[in-house]
Design a protein around this ligand. Structure first.
Ligand code: GDP
Ligand code: CA
Length: 312
């Protein structure tokens, strides 16, 4: 079994490759919930939904999140009441949020409801939220504001400079059922090429997760989300400096530190392998831009061979 620490789109693209290389039912994705928010009374879990939509083949192909063939009738009608619609809610997507919210109100916990949703979409990978408890990523801006991650990322388009990132609730959160178990029982643990600051760090902030990663006999192999000093897509480069992390493959490896046994860098970053290896992490370079599924599958196989090499 393979356990994968996962954010949203970067992780989804990686998981699509991994499931082309291994049996999807052997994969457990441990997914960030720090981005989750409540809007119009609906519970929205962007990273879980991105992965579900990608792996079931219904994701919007160019946008890379949300649903293909989406319409926005509800969002348009909401404007009538003065809602400015800064967070895009498609009609198809809303059905997921309605169902999730109803099931949570009935007393379901997020991990159960998530499992029901991925099954309804025919997703073979098990998706487990990092925690069922409250955990919310907050962005503290240099101009003194304390914003929900989505307010910063989507509404303000990551424009304000960031002073600090905190994970509300993390200290009291427990790993969701299956999280620690998957890490301890895995043959290999993979860290997807996700945003380190707001996708992977919030998972690591759940007490017990870091310990499990240190305790597991499985090798831990990560993929750099940075290619040639750039974040590929998105705005992750706005957050890393706030953590004192250099926007480079080596910078992210150093941030994860001794959690990693292996690190996969893009071929263009081959010059950074030496410094990462000097820190005790085995490296391999390969194309990591997962625009097509063959590259993503080859990347996944490379991760697994690096894991096998590290294990011996
Ligand atoms: P989000 O929650 O939807 O922002 O998604 P993630 O946190 O999972 O991943 C976002 C990050 O994935 C981006 O900042 C990129 O650095 C990285 N990423 C996306 N696509 C690729 C890719 O094809 N290759 C690599 N190496 N990284 C990618
Ligand atoms: Ca996310």
């Amino acid at each position: 079994m393979y356990a994968v620490l996962a954010g949203g789109v970067g992780a989804a693209r990686f998981l699509r490759g991994l499931t082309a290389a291994v049996d999807p039912s052997d994969v457990v994705a441990i997914v960030n919930v720090g981005d989750d928010l409540t809007l119009h009374g609906l519970r929205i879990c962007p990273d879980l939904d991105s992965i579900t939509y990608w792996l079931s083949g219904v994701v919007h192909p160019t946008q890379q999140w949300g649903r293909a063939d989406e319409t926005h009738t509800v969002a348009t009608e909401l404007r009538r009441y003065g809602h400015d619609g800064w967070f895009t809610l498609g009609d198809r997507d809303l059905a997921t949020h309605l169902h999730r919210t109803e099931r949570l109100r009935e007393g379901g916990v997020l991990s159960q409801v998530t499992d029901e949703i991925r099954r309804a979409f025919g997703v073979g990978v098990r998706l487990v939220p990092a925690t069922d408890d409250h955990l919310e990523t907050r962005i503290h801006t240099v101009d003194g504001r304390d914003l929900h991650f989505q307010e910063y990322w989507v509404r303000e388009r990551a424009a304000p400079d960031v002073a600090r990132i905190t994970f509300d609730g993390a200290a009291a959160a427990k790993p969701a059922p299956g999280v620690v178990e998957a890490i301890l029982a895995a043959e290999t643990v993979l860290v997807a090429p996700s945003n380190p600051a707001v996708s992977i760090d919030p998972i690591l902030a759940v007490p017990g997760v870091r310990e499990a990663l240190h305790r597991t006999p499985a090798p831990v192999v990560g993929v750099s989300p940075i290619i040639g000093g750039r974040v590929v897509r998105g705005m992750a480069h706005r957050l890393l400096p706030a953590l004192g992390v250099e926007v480079s493959a080596a910078g992210v490896a150093a941030h994860y530190g001794d959690l990693l046994d292996g690190w996969v860098l893009d071929t263009t970053d081959a010059d950074q392998s030496a410094v990462v290896e000097a820190g005790g992490t085995r490296c391999v370079t390969t194309p990591t831009l997962m625009d097509d599924i063959e590259v993503a599958a080859a990347l996944a196989r490379t991760c697994l061979s690096l894991a096998a090499e590290v294990r011996t």
